[in-house]
Design a protein around this ligand. Sequence first.
Ligand code: NAP
Length: 247
Amino acid sequence: MKIVVIGGTGLIGSKLVAKLKQQGHEAVAASPKSGVNAVTGEGLAAALAGADVVVDVANAPSWEPADVLEFFERSSRNLVATEAAAGVKHHVALSIVGTDRSPDIGYFRAKLAQETIVKASSVPYSIVRATQFFEFLDAIGEAGVTGGKVVVPSASFQPIASDDVADRLAEVATGRPLNGTIDIAGPEKAPFNEFVARRLKASGDSRPVVGDRQAQYYGSPIDDTSLIPLGEARLGKTALATWLARA
Ligand SMILES: NC(=O)c1ccc[n+]([C@@H]2O[C@H](COP(=O)([O-])OP(=O)(O)OC[C@H]3O[C@@H](n4cnc5c(N)ncnc54)[C@H](OP(=O)(O)O)[C@@H]3O)[C@@H](O)[C@H]2O)c1
């Protein structure tokens, strides 16, 4: 199958392209670096010619609420329109668990807008909602630095290894369109601050990590139901300890 991975040079995209190639597919990484811009539409029609499947794992350069909303709305509209014209049979989008539960988080609003555009299009689709990647723990910790401490929410958290996300995306992309949404998460659930503390400790960072029920996540308070799957979810196989030992 010809599978075009939009954002195929990124964290998830590069792992996904490698996996699909290993499986014998014609996997093509498409992104601004290869002259394909989903927001402006540059290079899109040529990249999608003859594609069976498109996987969208692009990410916005700016996460300011207005910027990220514009990025995911414009890129998703361009993608599904170009796919429909090219006869693409399956669009796969990577979204985030809980995008519909925290409307005060600008990034989540943008991902929900992306999902809405994908669902409304004529192209058969699958939406894979993942929890936060282990690789994202550093950035989350940095966002909570206050004086000499790291203050983060204490809400339930269930992050996942990016390798496990790429594995599941490869399965979905090579299967039949779900015309629905699935959740994927890591194998362990614990308070948010515990994951950040374990990550910092493993990297030799001795700053104390404080779990605070009032601490905000990207500008919004969160609770135990905000970021974890509430229904059925496929769990990744990689525990944080395993990932930390490799990182
Ligand atoms: N971080 C998390 O914990 C988390 C959790 C669940 C879901 N997600 C979702 O996972 C997806 C992938 O995230 P990631 O961390 O792998 O992203 P990333 O490493 O930041 O990579 C971003 C990719 O998007 C490409 N890109 C940027 N602008 C583009 C444009 N205008 N047109 C086409 N491609 C463009 C980049 O291409 P260049 O290399 O050419 O610039 C790069 O390949 C995102 O959609 C994100 O919302 C993230």
